[in-house]
Design a binder for this molecule. Structure first.
Ligand SMILES: Nc1nc2c(ncn2[C@@H]2O[C@H](COP(=O)(O)OP(=O)(O)OP(=O)(O)O)[C@@H](O)[C@H]2O)c(=O)[nH]1
Ligand SMILES: [Mg+2]
Length: 217
């Protein structure tokens, strides 16, 4: 589970024309405001304040790119998307989120996977469904059921079943991987890391069989 530990901030994208042009695979991290995205990023990347880089003025409504893998030859980018659904966000902020995030998810060729943070106690909200509607069905989605520590084992399993059923009902043509997750209690971290690392590897293997390498994870 070492690939994500190499994450380092690279660039901020506020408009589509600023996106990197090198075509390296991108895994986007998305979720409602307060779903635990920053905490998850920090624990997955083993940094205390990696996600802090996304909170700097001007970067909060933008896509923040973190390079992954070797310094001289990155495997790809982790893309931190702005949280959505913040109750008091002014209309203009909501509009700009929809514009950039919607365009990015709908049209971005190098996007190989979405990691969706879902607060286990809230389940899937209307905004989460909207985000999934934008994401092409060919792009796999890994759902992290965050703050799992807040529920008992039995409640966790029940929540997992409910979320799985709701996603299957609303997005029948899409496959979901779901992982029970807690940043504070370190639940599901290795499993999530391994799955995310595999997203970068998968595309490399299929696009460039000759560049397969064992040091990807
Ligand atoms: N119990 C528990 N609390 C958590 C966990 N992860 C995050 N939290 C808490 O949930 C709140 C939101 O966490 P963040 O990681 O800041 O969430 P975010 O999605 O980045 O939120 P915004 O950036 O503000 O939209 C904080 O008070 C965290 O301490 C977890 O695994 N367990
Ligand atoms: Mg955050």
């Amino acid at each position: 589970m070492t690939l994500l530990v190499s994450a380092r901030f690279t660039t901020t994208v506020a408009q589509m024309h600023q996106l990197p042009v090198d075509g390296l695979p991108e895994v986007a991290f998305a979720g409602r405001s307060n779903a635990g995205k920053s905490s998850a990023l920090n624990v997955l990347c083993n940094r205390r304040r990696l996600a802090f880089a996304s909170r700097m003025p001007g970067r909060t409504q933008a896509l923040n790119f973190f390079a992954i893998g070797p310094q001289d030859q990155p495997n790809g980018f982790l893309v931190d998307m702005p949280g959505y659904g913040y109750a008091t966000a002014p209309g203009a902020v909501r509009e700009s989120w929809i514009g950039l995030a919607g365009d990015y998810l709908r049209t971005r060729q190098p996007l190989v996977a979405v990691v969706l943070m879902l607060d286990i106690r809230r389940g899937v909200t209307a905004l989460d469904h909207g985000l999934l509607d934008w994401t092409p069905v060919t792009v796999p989605v890994l759902g992290l059921l965050t703050k799992a520590d807040k529920l008992s084992r039995n409640q966790q399993q029940a929540a997992l079943r409910t979320v799985r059923a709701e996603l299957a009902l609303r997005h029948p043509s899409r496959h979901f991987d779901l992982v029970l997750f807690s940043s504070t209690h370190r639940i599901g971290i290795e499993e999530a890391s391994d799955r995310i690392a595999a997203f970068y590897r998968l595309t490399q293997d299929s696009d460039h069989p000759e560049t397969q390498s064992n040091d990807a994870v």
